[in-house]
Design a protein around this ligand. Structure first.
Ligand SMILES: Cc1ncc(COP(=O)(O)O)c(C=O)c1O
Length: 1004
């Protein structure tokens, strides 16, 4: 350790002459930090030391710069006294800490209590085969899993290209006009489809028909979502329902499953015509692998096509995370929810990718938004896209043919044993009638269970079985012999197996169109090529492996390797979400421990891990509040007060939960206008349902009076929803319950160290006070939630269960003391930045004691007037310094919101401040007229290599190449190059193209 320390300092010391003085302090104090006294019996691998950037000496240094002699006196200045907690509430007494090695032992012990049976349950979940080159180089690679949503496209071209591959793959397989870059899961994607059908219906029609063949968990999610929108669900046989005049006259859309839950593949073309005849929207949930062989929904008239892409190389993980896909027709494209990646061009005319149509985002549409999607499932979409790139059209077709071929063999063999199969047209799923077996389906399940196999339980006579890519011939024989044994037949061996020629897909349902003709899907098929493609894309993206990503409100902290490792153990990642409870005891214990710890941290009584994102948590929490009011005979309470500064997902979620949004003003200094809150609460007293508040506020301040605000709401019959996105500022210092909330969501992908995956996955659990616990979400197949539970919020009972392992490990390793120390250092780092930038930039908001919380808002409005510069000019220039820009233009349009987190060291924070200060100097040159307003370092930023090598006669810039690319000395050692120059947003939206270039475009 000491030797390592010397190496680190030696390499940094080489730079010392070029470093500013505070960086030298950091280096020297680091040497002292290891000398801290400890007992011989203490573990050496304590996580807090690895997770928290500044060591004790650096903390002292920062405190002294801010004028404090202790951490306590500093925290007292940042957080109002009335909401401070006692030291013991989140401590090692309430959450004991484990060292990294102790954590692995504990995780192993829990893993051993899970029984990863081979599951052929299907119902939307398959055993995926993750190609090792993807597992090692994407799933387990921080360069892919640590970046944020690609808001800064010039330093995100790699994952943008990969997401375009995902969109292209979906468009090709579904034969639809346009596809987005993933949604949270199949159930919520179907709910988005239903909402789109509803808002697209011109004459306020509100009946949405759902076929009985749709997955039960999808139906449960639809029930929840339909209520908020006032949509009437009609569930049953779709043809019969469409025959009813009352349904047809009020129809906004239908949802079909293709193939359906029992495996049957139906020809829906006539039905589609009849839905279109009454101007209904046809939504189809489908399976990507099946579409390589089946006629795609786009070819038989579907308007929206969606599903789960996880069988393309994403582990089942006890239910998630998985990337849902969503595609639609040309006429609906501007109503499509979620992220859409489009092609545009940079300032030099080069092709570049970017997030398209951002004007649809909730930040702009707020209560007019019909979707609250923010975090999606980018990492999982990237894995699925890479799977298609690796296998290509031919490889995917071979996989599909094998799965289908095995299913045919299974059918033929078990029919020989006396079983019959209910579905005559199928791809990979059979509904087997076991009335030939004495004891019926139960005996088949018992026989399967003895062989460590799960089949789908349908009823007393029928058994469901779904095959997938993971089956080898030996698995197929084992499966056949389970059915054989249950029927008392003699076992078969491989030599008795023969391929079945007979086709079970009629010609009118067979796919004849080509799949994936684009060059990217027909190039990288050897592992060498694939590895290089992945690394080529990765090298274009700036992530936490390069530098701090100080995005305010996003909490981009260390995603430790130790907390990620258990995630890919089979005992955690190959478990079907509907596996019997006795096989998942380890998972259940782990999830329970996480729920208990989250309750300790928030001060609440109960928790649901089901929501798959922060926004989904908001929606869940508000729906719980509505159910609570309803249970008290107050279903009419439908007003939701939301401050104007709130994140856009807040009003969008409120509207989706059927609430009417009333905005609350904030003062000039950013604080909530309590007078306005009081007046509006009293005005809406009889109908007040909820108040949503983010605390500390979106302006980065712990303002006084939060308890008063909550009391006003309670006095007027409302409930308080606390948006917990900023919980990183609170742990052990205050909590949502103490502030006066009734429910909060947490972003585990922020505060609790789940990596952001380049735009997802996320987990947005909700914690609630005792009186709301009975209403927590249920699930149709696995018991969750309270005794008055609302319907499901997500497809899987515990949402993205597998990544909950990361947050569980994070909490266990830090322990209570480490967690609260992390929050204190997060506050300190932000206040230290505010201190260093003061005099250079205007700090927009601070509390009465001059302190910010864990993030700070700097206002750049003055530079628009004095130098013609906008926020984006500063952001793009920061890219030249190798930093990801902070959050731009939110919550105020002329500001940057900076959040360093506790994980960033003093050295890195100083580097960032140096860059910001140097940029301020560049701005001064413009203000002083030494650089022109339209042609300067900021307006032309970023400066990729292609600009740097422009011939001399084309370098029409009043500054040198060195000033452009190496404005500070450390950049010579540590330069990150954006790969394109500034991207033209307007051009991209006007010429919306959201797929990969075709062969013709590539060759023209
Ligand atoms: C304050 C706040 N609330 C809610 C959200 C939504 O969370 P998610 O992106 O996980 O849906 C965010 C996300 O950035 C946020 O900053």
């Amino acid at each position: 350790m000491a030797a390592l320390q010397r190496v680190w300092c030696h390499s940094t010391l080489r730079l010392l002459p070029r470093l500013p003085s505070h960086s030298r302090v950091a280096c020297v104090t680091r040497q002292f930090a290891t000398a801290k006294e400890s007992s011989l019996f203490d573990p050496l691998d304590t996580f807090a030391d690895r997770h928290i950037g500044p060591n004790d000496h650096e903390v002292e240094h920062m405190l002294s710069k801010l004028g404090y002699n202790s951490m306590d006196s500093f925290v007292d200045a940042a957080i109002p006294t009335p909401i401070r907690l006692s030291e013991s509430s989140v401590s090692d007494q309430t959450i004991p800490s484990l060292s990294e090695s102790e954590l692995f032992k504990r995780a192993k012990a829990l893993a051993s209590e899970n029984k990863p049976f081979k599951s052929y349950i299907g119902m939307g979940y398959h055993n995926a085969v993750v190609p090792p080159v993807i597992l090692r180089n994407i799933t387990e690679n921080p360069a892919w899993y640590t970046p944020y949503t690609p808001y800064q496209p010039e330093i995100a071209q790699g994952r943008l290209e990969s997401l375009v591959n995902f969109q292209t793959m979906i468009m090709s397989l579904t034969s639809m006009h346009i596809a987005n870059a993933s949604l949270l899961d199949e159930g919520t994607a179907a709910a988005e489809g239903m909402a789109m059908a509803f808002v697209s219906s011109s004459s306020k029609r509100s009946t949405f028909v759902v076929d009985k063949g749709v997955l039960p968990q999808t139906i449960a999610v639809l029930r929840t979502r339909a209520k908020g929108f006032g949509i009437k669900l009609a569930i049953g046989d779709v043809s019969e329902l469409l025959g009813e005049p009352s349904v047809r006259s009020d129809l906004c859309g239908v949802l079909l499953q293709y193939p359906d839950v029992n495996g049957q593949v139906k020809d829906y073309s006539t039905l589609v015509e009849s839905v279109h005849a009454v101007k209904g929207v046809v939504v189809v949930a489908t399976d990507l692998l099946a579409l390589t062989m089946l006629k795609p929904p786009g070819e038989w008239g579907a308007d929206i096509v969606l599903g789960n892409s996880a069988r393309f190389g994403v582990p089942v993980g006890y239910g998630g995370p998985h990337g849902a896909f969503f595609a639609c027709s040309e006429k609906l494209k501007r109503k499509m929810p979620g992220r859409l990646i489009g092609r545009s061009r940079d300032a030099m005319g080069k092709l570049a990718y970017r997030l398209a149509l951002q004007t649809r985002e909730q930040h702009i549409r707020r209560e007019k938004a019909t979707s609250n999607i923010c975090t999606s499932q980018a990492l999982l979409a990237n894995m699925a896209a890479m799977y298609a790139v690796y296998h290509g059209a031919t490889g995917l077709t071979r996989i599909a043919q094998k799965v289908h071929g095995f299913t045919k063999v299974l059918k033929s063999q078990i029919e020989d044993f006396g079983y019959s199969v209910d579905n005559d047209v199928f791809f990979d799923t059979l509904t087997v009638n076991a009335s030939n077996v004495q004891g019926g389906a139960q005996v088949v399940h018992e026989t399967a269970s003895r062989a460590n196999i799960n089949l789908r339980k349908i009823d007393d006579t029928r058994v469901g079985v779904t095959l997938d890519e993971s089956l080898a011939t030996a698995d197929l024989i084992k499966l056949i012999n389970i059915f054989g044994s249950a029927a008392s037949a003699s076992p078969v061996s491989d030599i008795q197996l023969t391929e079945i020629d007979k086709s079970y897909i009629p010609t009118n349902l067979q796919r004849s169109s080509e799949i994936l003709p684009h060059p990217v899907f027909n190039t990288h098929h050897s592992e060498t090529e694939m590895l290089r493609y992945i690394h080529d894309l990765q090298s274009k993206d700036l992530s936490l492996v390069h530098a701090m990503v100080p995005l305010g409100s996003c909490t981009m902290k260390l995603n430790s390797t130790s907390s990620m490792i258990p995630l890919t153990w089979p005992e955690f990642n190959s478990i079907h979400p509907f596996a019997p409870e006795e096989q998942v005891q380890g998972y259940r214990k782990l999830l329970k421990e996480l729920e208990v710890d989250l309750c300790t941290i928030t001060g609440f009584a109960a928790c649901s891990l089901q929501p798959n994102s922060g926004a989904s948590g908001e929606y869940a929490g508000l729906t719980v509040i509505r159910a609570y009011h309803e249970s008290r005979g107050e279903a009419h309470r439908n007003i939701c007060l939301i401050p104007v500064s709130a994140h856009g997902t807040n009003p969008a979620s409120a509207v989706m939960a059927g609430l009417k949004v009333v905005p609350i003003k904030t003062h000039q200094d950013g604080t909530l206008d309590l007078e306005d809150l009081k007046a509006k609460s009293e005005m809406h007293k009889d109908n007040l349902a909820a108040f949503m508040i983010t605390y500390p506020s979106t302006y980065g301040v712990f303002e006084d009076g939060v308890q008063d605000a909550c009391k006003i709401i309670h006095d007027n019959g409302g409930q308080v929803y606390l948006d917990g996105a900023n919980l990183n500022a609170q742990i052990g210092l205050t909590n949502p319950a103490t502030c006066g909330g009734d429910v909060c969501h947490l972003n585990l992908h922020k505060t609790f160290a789940i990596p952001h995956g380049g735009g997802g996955p996320g987990v947005g659990p909700i914690c609630v006070a005792q009186h709301l616990a009975p209403f927590l979400p249920s699930h149709p197949l696995v018991k969750t939630g309270g005794d008055k539970a609302i319907n499901a919020i997500a497809s899987a009972p515990f949402g993205s269960a597998s990544i909950c392992v990361i947050s569980w490990a994070y909490i266990k390793m830090l322990g209570g003391n480490g967690l609260s120390h992390s929050s204190k250092v997060a506050l300190l780092n932000a206040n230290y930045i505010a201190h260093r930038l003061s005099g250079h930039y205007g700090l927009r908001y601070k509390n009465v004691k001059g302190r910010v919380a864990h993030e700070l808002l700097i206002d750049l409005a003055e530079f628009d007037k004095s130098a013609g510069l906008k926020v984006m000019d500063f952001a793009k220039r920061l890219q030249d310094y190798g930093f990801h820009p902070p959050t731009c233009s939110w919550p105020t349009s002329t500001a940057m919101l900076i959040e360093p987190t506790e994980s960033e060291s003093l050295d890195e924070i100083d580097r960032f401040c140096d860059a910001m200060i140097q940029i301020r100097g560049e701005v001064q040159q413009i203000i002083d007229g030494k650089q022109p307003k339209e042609n300067n370092l900021l307006k032309n930023a970023p400066h990729p290599m292609s600009v740097m090598v422009l011939p001399e006669d084309q370098w029409e810039r009043p500054y040198s190449r060195q000033e452009a690319a190496y404005p500070l000395p450390w950049l010579y050692e540590r330069k990150f190059w954006p790969t394109v120059t500034r991207i033209d947003d307007a051009y991209g939206d006007l010429n919306l193209i959201c797929d990969c270039p075709s062969v013709e475009e590539m060759t023209s």
